[in-house]
Design a protein around this ligand. Structure first.
Ligand code: ZN
Length: 561
């Protein structure tokens, strides 16, 4: 070490006198500043959290800035306490308070100070740094120094004392295997890497980091979601396997596929998977829900419209068929397609060309059609609501997607997959499900199928306590009221089967209810129970919001008849 040895530190009785334990009112004072006795373990826990969330670099800078703030405060005391002493004794207030506060033992090795001329050069040895103890305990021996708050304190204290930025570097640290820590301080301009050092104290870096993280999360979300829709069909049950096998075989061909199954079984997911596995994967996948479009708009939506074709058609517009050219067009809820549109659809399927509304020109389109329906098309044909020729044209390659209750073996892998997805979406780590929750899911009949499972798991993720698995009550909060699976006081599952099959049929006959009347009653009751909230009523019935609106309209129409 070069330079003159500094005098030993003066006695610190004057500083000790400034500490007051005001136990009666729960406060500790250092001169006029409120202090806090905190367990180093608590600060250690905080440090671990920071390291785990924002990373080492940002933790270092944040703790340096916290230390800096506390050093600045103590500098105000130096002149107050030792205004008449030599500049070295006055400066010693900082190192001595730092010791008194329990942070570290400080031994000056070199100290040259000229406040008026703005000159400072100091070297101090540190022993028993609390940060070394805490950091090494949690993270083991280090390559880089870790006395971040202490270093910030030295820099904040000296900068305030000097009235100009004066920063320290930790040139040796006990955490890296040195016998002691050692710091060296200079006026900022005297450091060759002044700019980089000053940047550590710039408060905006944290915000930049948060923005970085936000961007990463957004990217993850956007990659998670499409991946999930893109053919990530999940299942291992026999019923699922059978459907998936049929789907795979159809993918390579141009055949028109008819997906049947209850509402919520994931028909669009299957259609997307079919598209993704097909040679058309690089081209558009377009889905149209026939039940969600008003009858008067459906033809222009599907086939496009020339300018002025109807009121409101201000400009020529391509339809979904044109937009799906080269790719796949999914016609969901095809059973709801009005008869005139059915005739046009049949022509497109037969001739591979469309004609826009109000147009005369025909256009070739190369589209693989996937139709989906949850109604029995045969029955619709029998009742005159669906063209038989169109049904035969579509029914070349039917694939029945089984309801979730026939795929009990798939519930657990599906639930685990959805848990990850919604965990990422809501920024929450949920370790899994309790056994009770899994049991209840296996026993539940899932009238709303996979869509209902999705809704329940998203809610479960939101309700679950951080770090805790999702429990049964977070999935089925209203369980005892409506659902057939309940958990009794002993934590055991109870099943109270609803009337089904023959019993249900007898029930309905006894009440003289027609199928239409039953549907009307169900819909009205659901809307009533949901307090008029159609989205909630739709969920309860396992319908989409547009499907419910459509059916509700039918209820009103029937009431008028
Ligand atoms: Zn150190």
């Amino acid at each position: 070490m070069t330079g003159p040895l500094p005098p030993p530190l003066p006695p610190d009785a004057d500083l000790r006198r400034m500490v007051h334990f005001s136990a009666g009112d729960g406060r500790i004072w250092l001169a006029g500043q409120r202090m806090l006795l905190v367990h180093t373990a608590a600060l250690g826990a905080l440090r671990r959290e920071f390291m785990g969330t924002i990373g080492r670099e940002h933790t270092r800078r944040m703790l340096m800035r916290a230390g800096y703030a506390s050093g600045e405060r103590d500098a105000a005391l130096a002149r107050q306490v030792r205004g008449d002493a030599s500049v070295l004794d006055m400066f010693a207030v900082g190192p001595q308070l730092h010791m008194l506060e329990g942070a570290v033992q400080v031994t000056p090795e070199l100290c040259e100070i000229d406040v008026a001329a703005g000159r400072f050069h100091g070297v101090f040895r540190w022993d028993h740094s609390w940060e070394v103890e805490t950091h090494v305990r949690d993270f083991g021996p280090q390559e880089e120094p870790v006395c971040w708050m202490l270093l910030g304190y030295a820099s904040g204290y000296t900068s305030a004392f000097m009235g100009r930025p004066t920063l320290f570097k930790e040139v040796a640290c006990a955490a890296c295997g040195h016998p002691s820590c050692r710091i060296e301080g200079r006026v900022l301009a005297d450091w060759p890497d002044a700019e980089a050092m000053a940047a550590d104290y710039a408060a905006d870096s944290m915000i930049v980091r948060l923005e970085d993280l936000q961007a990463q999360v957004d990217t993850l979300r956007s990659t998670l979601q499409p991946a999930d829709e893109l053919g990530e069909l999940i299942g291992r049950s026999k019923a699922f396997d059978a459907a998936a096998r049929l789907l795979r075989k159809a993918a390579a061909t141009q055949v028109t596929v008819l997906l049947t199954g209850e509402t919520g079984v994931g028909k669009e997911r299957f259609a997307r998977a079919l598209h993704a596995m097909s040679p058309r994967a690089g081209k558009p996948f377009i889905a149209v829900n026939c039940a969600a479009l008003p009858a008067e708009l459906i033809e222009s939506e599907l086939f496009g419209a020339e300018k002025g074709a109807f009121t409101g058609a201000g400009a020529a517009r391509p339809g979904r068929f044109e937009r799906a050219d080269g790719g796949t067009l999914m016609l969901d809820e095809l059973g709801e397609l009005p008869l005139p549109a059915q005739a046009k659809l049949l022509r497109v399927l037969q001739q591979g060309e469309i004609e826009r509304l109000g147009g005369t020109q025909t256009r070739k389109v190369d589209v693989r059609v996937v139709a989906a329906t949850n109604v029995d098309l045969q029955a619709a044909v029998a009742s005159g609501r669906f063209r038989s020729d169109l049904m035969y044209r579509l029914n070349v390659y039917p694939i029945r997607i089984p309801p979730l209750r026939e795929r009990v073996d798939d519930i657990e892998p599906l639930a685990a997959h959805l848990l990850n997805r919604f965990g990422a979406l809501h920024g929450k780590t949920v370790p899994g499900f309790t056994d009770r929750a899994l049991d209840a899911m296996r026993g539940y009949p899932w009238p709303g199928n996979v869509r209902e499972l999705e809704n329940l798991i998203e809610r479960g993720v939101i309700l679950a306590s951080p770090g805790e698995p999702v429990d049964v009550h977070e999935l089925f909060p209203t369980l005892p009221e409506h659902a057939p699976v309940t958990v009794n006081a002993a934590g055991e599952l109870e099943r109270s089967a609803p009337s089904s099959g023959p019993a249900l049929y007898d029930d309905l006959l006894a009440r003289g209810l027609s199928l239409d009347a039953l549907e009307d009653a169900l819909i009205q009751e659901a809307v009533h129970r949901a307090g008029g909230n159609l989205a909630a009523a739709a969920r309860a019935l396992g319908l989409t919001r547009p499907q419910l609106s459509y059916r509700l309209q039918r209820v009103h129409d029937r009431a008028k008849e």
